[in-house]
Design a protein around this ligand. Structure first.
Ligand SMILES: C[S@@+](CC[C@H](N)C(=O)[O-])C[C@H]1O[C@@H](n2cnc3c(N)ncnc32)[C@H](O)[C@@H]1O
Length: 266
């Protein structure tokens, strides 16, 4: 297959993520094949982040779709002290960047949040997690609120509730997912895992919390998928809303906001 056909196939499998064209063009074709089929696999991402950082001594954040500035207005207004939260001086809102990769999204939330936050940047790829730890360790990053905390964690988000522990349900205030569910959904074997991850997220959120998914998938498809797949058998459906984030290189991007069925809103 010619390189052009591979790129065209990749475009079709990945939806309209044209920004990826240049990434594919830079990479060996077997990695391209891996990205087309296997974005649900740890080995694919380990290889991606290793190759993406091999030619440069200077670390550079890799951003799927776009960076923090494009989504800050969707995220930052949600970081308000919760009225239902006891006025405990040690309390911080807990934010999870689900499948953080080497994005600056989580560190930017830590840096800009006026309320104290614990931001956990979690990824299945130990390579991405190591690169981020080394980068932030070398650079140093001052939070807006001195009580905020930033952590990096190697985690398969399908194991999120197990990781939070037996009493871990309802612990998170905000989960941000920029491209991770899209990656699972567009993999050959990833759609079941994508559904499972959404259900884990809804279980892990406080009643006042929410999950934000940033995606280029059309609302006609994603709203229905979230309403159906986010539902536990016999339980009411989650609440889902959508807002357009903007248009980039001719592609429309959306923010899907999902709140647990009994939510008090976020
Ligand atoms: C499309 S990239 C998005 C990366 C980052 N959020 C960004 O905006 O640049 C998908 C990320 O999800 C991670 N990932 C895939 N499956 C995962 C899983 N089951 N648990 C945690 N992370 C996962 C990959 O390692 C990759 O970093």
């Amino acid at each position: 297959m010619s390189p052009l056909s591979v790129l065209n196939l990749a475009r079709r499998r990945l939806g309209r993520t044209f920004a990826l064209t240049s990434i594919f063009a830079r990479h060996h074709s077997s990695l391209t094949d891996d990205l087309i089929e296997n974005m649900d696999k740890k080995a694919t991402w380990d290889r991606f982040y290793t190759e993406n950082n091999s030619n440069s001594s200077d670390f550079k954040n890799f951003e799927w779709f776009f960076g923090f500035d494009s989504v800050r207005d969707s995220i930052m207004p949600l970081l308000q002290p919760r009225t239902t939260t006891p006025p405990d001086a040690a309390h911080r809102l807990h934010v999870l960047d689900l499948g953080c990769g080497t994005s600056a999204l989580g560190p930017s939330i830590y840096r800009h949040s006026p309320v104290p936050v614990t931001v956990t940047c979690a990824d299945i790829s130990p390579v991405a997690v190591r690169l981020m730890r080394e980068h932030i360790g070398a650079k140093g990053l001052e939070p807006h609120n001195p009580r905020s905390v930033l952590a990096f964690l190697e985690l398969d988000c399908a194991e999120l509730c197990a990781h939070l522990g037996p009493h871990g349900d309802r612990r998170l205030d905000l989960i941000v997912d920029k491209g991770t569910t899209d990656a699972l959904l567009r993999s050959r074997d990833g759609s079941g895992k994508a559904s499972h991850v959404v259900r884990q997220c809804l279980k892990a959120l406080r009643g006042s919390g929410c999950l934000l998914q940033f995606s280029d998938e059309d609302p006609d498809a994603r709203l229905l998928w979230l309403e159906t797949e986010g539902r536990e058998p016999g339980a009411p459906a989650a609440n889902v809303a959508v807002q357009e984030v903007g248009k980039l290189r001719g592609v429309r991007y959306y923010c899907y906001r999902v709140t647990p069925p009994e939510s008090t809103g976020c």
